[in-house]
Design a protein around this ligand. Structure first.
Ligand SMILES: Cc1cc2nc3c(=O)[nH]c(=O)nc-3n(C[C@H](O)[C@H](O)[C@H](O)COP(=O)(O)OP(=O)(O)OC[C@H]3O[C@@H](n4cnc5c(N)ncnc54)[C@H](O)[C@@H]3O)c2cc1C
Length: 471
């Protein structure tokens, strides 16, 4: 009989849960994870990783189609949808198995099953009722429980996904064949990444966004630049547009869309609904506890505490931003707080970078220009275009810009916003700068290697103070 009593149990083996488990084991806690499906959660199995594998394919395909501009001639370029999907699944499986290996290495017990809170023992330990996947049941106990149950796709009335013609991100990732025409509802990171992938692979893509711009959480200039870039690639973008109905045919869908006071119908092979996510808060035993749920998410303080003694929450189930690195960071900090590690810092949401891996890529951190102004801050803004950077030209990637925003009074780095090649890798420079609370002075005094795209970050900082060199 396996051990049933632990120092800490984590419900959910996604990036929040498995990272929390590793840190707990490192700190000497007897640790268990309960996972109902795949170790690695949405991120490794149905999110970050398989989408990036698909997007790598479309990136390479896009480059091959422009081979001539690199002095290469490539004939008869074609693709095999089945093999593209197979590669993406192989990458996802490799990483999910890697997480299982990490659990073994760290001596973490993994229970395959569904867990819910089930009160406390006389001694105060939390009880978890677990319905194991082999149909047996077990009650586990632990001093502390972390809820890391993640989130799922939001469904809107009349736009519900059916897995065949109207896809959620899951079906969009494993299509039996690629659609020739596609409507993407919602222009957040998930919707835009699929729109970018399928457009590059040749589909006629229409993106429909209810707000007045795409990638609505990004800086307005980035949204506008992205819209122009996507339209140049042949995507149709409808903003301030509402899809009110989806009429399903045998192998197509007719969508009713209202934009600018006009209603039109468009018929497409497939629809992807990417209209947000809801937290997995049901059936986890929250009834009768002090855990509060707001807008389908568990309310936590900046340490992951829920208000119910010894019950914590992290990651997507604990609210936005719905990002794997936020989940992992929360996992580490809550465990360190529980263990009484000294010098643990609470979560600072404005220091969490966000990335969208479309072509061109988008990355940002901190306040947008509009948000900084709305806060009444006096700001200095610097912008540098990719066209002014040697490495960007050499790569054949002259499209994009980097924008940096400082507090004019203190020199505090308030935000950075980028669009263009590899910006999802560059943003980390600003993440470190923000965490270290650097000002413009340190960033200006930093030596950036040449030739790199990162030089544009330096130039953008210099531009904020009228000192840019290469434009
Ligand atoms: C298409 C797509 C692309 C994405 N791309 C990115 C990206 O590029 N970068 C990024 O940072 N984020 C990305 N995300 C978001 C990212 O996947 C999530 O932020 C991340 O997975 C959240 O981690 P988590 O541990 O909170 O939850 P999850 O990864 O959702 O894991 C929760 C786990 O809990 C399990 N579970 C739930 N309830 C129970 C229960 N009662 N008992 C046992 N187990 C349970 C689930 O099976 C699941 O495995 C993407 C998401 C999608 C959908």
């Amino acid at each position: 009989m396996a051990d049933t009593s632990f120092d800490i149990i984590i419900v959910g083996g996604g990036p929040g849960g498995y990272v929390a488990a590793i840190r707990a084991a490192q700190l000497g806690m007897k640790t268990a994870v309960v996972e109902r499906e795949h170790m690695g959660g949405i991120c490794l199995n149905w999110g970050c990783i398989p989408t990036k594998a698909l997007l790598r394919t479309s990136e390479v395909y896009g480059l091959i189609k422009h081979a001539e501009s690199f002095g290469l001639s490539v004939k008869d370029v074609s693709f095999d949808a089945k093999k593209i999907v197979e590669r993406s699944r192989k990458v996802a499986n490799q990483l999910s198995n890697g997480v299982k290996g990490l659990m073994r290495k760290n001596k973490i017990t993994v229970f395959d099953g569904v867990a819910k809170l089930a009160g406390t023992e006389a001694g105060g330990a939390r009880k978890l009722a677990v319905a194991l996947n082999d149909k047996s049941n077990v009650t586990l106990t632990a001093k502390n429980v972390i809820l890391a149950t993640g989130a799922r796709a939001r469904q809107l009335p009349r736009l519900e996904t059916d897995g065949k013609l109207v896809w959620s991100y899951k079906e969009a990732m494993v299509p039996p064949e690629f659609p020739k025409s596609l409507l993407v509802i919602g222009s957040g990171a998930i919707g835009i990444e699929f729109a970018s992938f399928y457009r590059t692979m040749g589909a006629e893509v229409t993106v429909c966004e209810v707000l007045d711009r795409i990638l609505p959480v990004e800086d307005e200039e980035v949204s506008a630049f992205a819209k122009r870039a996507f339209e140049k690639q042949g995507m149709k973008i409808l903003t301030s547009a509402t899809v009110s109905n989806l009429k399903k045919g045998t192998d197509s869908v007719t969508a009713t869309i209202t934009a600018g006071g006009k209603t039109q119908e468009i018929t497409v092979d497939r629809v992807i609904s990417a209209v947000g996510i809801v937290g997995n808060v049901e059936n986890i035993g929250l009834e009768g506890t002090k855990v509060r749920v707001e807008k389908t998410h568990i309310v936590i303080d900046p340490w992951g505490f829920t208000g119910e003694p010894n019950v914590y929450a992290i990651g997507d189930v604990a609210g936005p931003p719905w990002l794997a690195h936020k989940a992992m960071h929360e996992g580490v900090l809550v465990v360190e707080k529980i263990a009484g590690v000294k010098g643990v810092h609470p979560m600072v949401t404005s220091n969490i970078p966000g990335c969208t891996y479309c072509q061109p890529q988008v990355a940002s951190i901190g306040l947008t220009e509009a948000a900084a102004k709305a806060k009444g801050l006096q700001i200095k803004v610097g912008k540098f275009p990719f066209i002014g950077n040697g490495k960007a030209i050499a790569l054949g990637e002259p499209e994009g810009f980097i924008k940096t925003i400082f507090d004019a009074k203190t020199g505090e780095l308030l935000g950075a916003h980028m669009i263009g090649a590899e910006v999802t890798e560059l943003i980390q420079g600003y993440s470190i700068a923000k965490t270290l609370e650097t000002t413009e002075a340190e960033l200006m005094a930093t030596v950036f290697p040449h030739p790199t795209l990162s030089e544009m970050m330096h130039e953008s900082v210099l531009a904020a103070y009228g000192r840019t060199l290469h434009i």
